[in-house]
Design a protein around this ligand. Structure first.
Ligand SMILES: C[S@@+](CC[C@H](N)C(=O)[O-])C[C@H]1O[C@@H](n2cnc3c(N)ncnc32)[C@H](O)[C@@H]1O
Length: 398
């Protein structure tokens, strides 16, 4: 494995405040924004509102040791789980979005580049193709060249067939993950015509308008070459050390408040970040990737709560489940955003959710955030919307 461990505590000039009345400690500093480019390249796939690997790395290093089990029940692209695995921890991760398991699983146990290249040669990505594209799918020609769309449809069928004949393996899984990642985006590195960055998808009608405005039509693409190129990039620093323990990896598609795949008191540390009210529309952002997986986005129940009352109830239910799965003395690092121009501080709302639950507050970390183009990966377009600092409430299971 390449030396991709992230040293998150660089240049952390910390300002510590202790609130007299409650004893709540708040540390304010630059804990994980510095040296942000040092994350392992395997993290480099996009997902709306993902956090940087430096964030979970900071808490994993501070609150867990080798062999401990780290949970993220809102895994997104799997930043916490991948970082924890790289750092020698066992991982449990889930999300209500089935895309997430598919994005993470192959990056925990990647195949070799040679195997990927060989398999790409067997796939319907070269030469003549006789695939029928349904009328419904043909509407996607607003994103994809006719030949590209036909190959994507053929690729979907290939994966279906491999599954139904029990041939689907880790190499297929990797290629499916990379294809999902290359589906649409804003450069020639993606299968689509120029559109939004890959972690967001516009509607068909909006894409039609983008095409008209930019006088563009979807170009032909060499899908196999793009998949191989991205695979090389993801694997350029090697792969994580494979853990021998049979239970080193547990992944599921399920809700944060129904973690039946996690045993009682089995978790040493949770590092996670829930949806921040309704700042992100996960169904809209993921519909195209879900199409490639054969799933309709409107069949998934994302908890994007418009009201604080509903959000508190959702978070409380999640903490009830944390009380069951986190061992005594274990920690929860719960990242929330500053939303609605800072008029709502979700870390304070989290405290309201905990009444009567066996957690005591340890420290709140507020990370100063530089607004660079990377802030987009937090789902933040500018300083006015969404989040402008990372606020992490750390709680101890008592
Ligand atoms: C802020 S994102 C997490 C991003 C993640 N930290 C990463 O780095 O990619 C929140 C996630 O919560 C998921 N989600 C929404 N409602 C959920 C629920 N009830 N249970 C589990 N996951 C849920 C969304 O699908 C989304 O992936």
């Amino acid at each position: 494995m390449a030396s991709a461990r992230v040293n998150a505590r660089v240049n952390a000039r910390v300002n510590l405040r202790v609130e007299k009345r409650t004893g709540v400690r708040t540390e304010i500093g630059s804990f994980w924004t510095s040296r942000q480019r040092q994350g392992h390249p395997l993290h480099e796939i996009s997902y709306r509102a993902c956090f940087k690997p430096q964030l979970p790395s900071f808490f994993i290093e501070r609150y867990s040791k080798l062999g401990d089990r780290v949970l993220d029940p809102f895994m997104g692209r799997g930043t916490t789980a991948l970082q924890a695995y790289i750092m020698g921890r066992k991982v449990a991760a889930s999300d209500t979005n089935p895309l997430c398991e598919q994005l993470l699983r192959p990056r925990l146990l990647p195949p070799s580049l040679a195997a990927i290249a060989e398999r790409l040669d067997e796939m319907p990505l070269h030469g003549r193709l006789r695939t029928q594209v349904s009328q419904e799918d043909s509407r996607l020609e607003v994103f994809f060249h006719r030949d590209v769309l036909a190959r994507l449809v053929a690729l979907k069928a290939w994966f279906r067939k491999r599954r139904s004949t029990d041939k689907y393996d880790a190499v297929d899984d990797w290629i499916r993950m990379v294809a999902l990642n290359r589906l649409s985006g804003h450069s020639s590195g993606f299968f689509s015509v120029r559109t939004l960055p890959p972690n967001q998808a516009v509607s068909l009608s909006s894409q039609r308008k983008i095409n008209e405005k930019n006088s563009q039509t979807p170009p032909p693409r060499d899908l196999a070459a793009l998949i191989l190129k991205k695979s090389k990039s993801l694997l350029r620093a090697g792969i994580p050390h494979r853990q021998e323990a049979e239970d080193a990896i547990s992944l599921r598609t399920c809700s944060s408040y129904a973690l039946s795949y996690v045993a009682d008191s089995s978790i040493d540390l949770v590092v996670t970040s829930p949806p921040f009210l309704n700042t992100v529309d996960y169904a809209q952002d993921n519909w195209l990737r879900l199409w490639f997986m054969g799933i309709k986005a409107n069949t998934i129940s994302f908890d994007v709560c418009a009201s604080l009352v509903a959000w508190r109830e959702f978070i409380r239910k999640t903490f009830v489940e944390f009380a069951r799965v986190v061992r005594l003395g274990g920690r929860v690092a719960f990242e929330v955003g500053e939303v609605r121009n800072g008029t709502i501080l979700l870390e304070e709302e989290v405290r309201h959710c905990l009444t009567g639950l066996p957690f005591s507050e340890d420290t709140t970390f507020i990370n100063r955030q530089d607004f660079t183009k990377t802030s987009n990966c937090w789902g933040v377009a500018n300083n006015k919307r969404g989040t402008n600092s990372n606020r992490v409430v750390v709680l101890a299971r008592v």
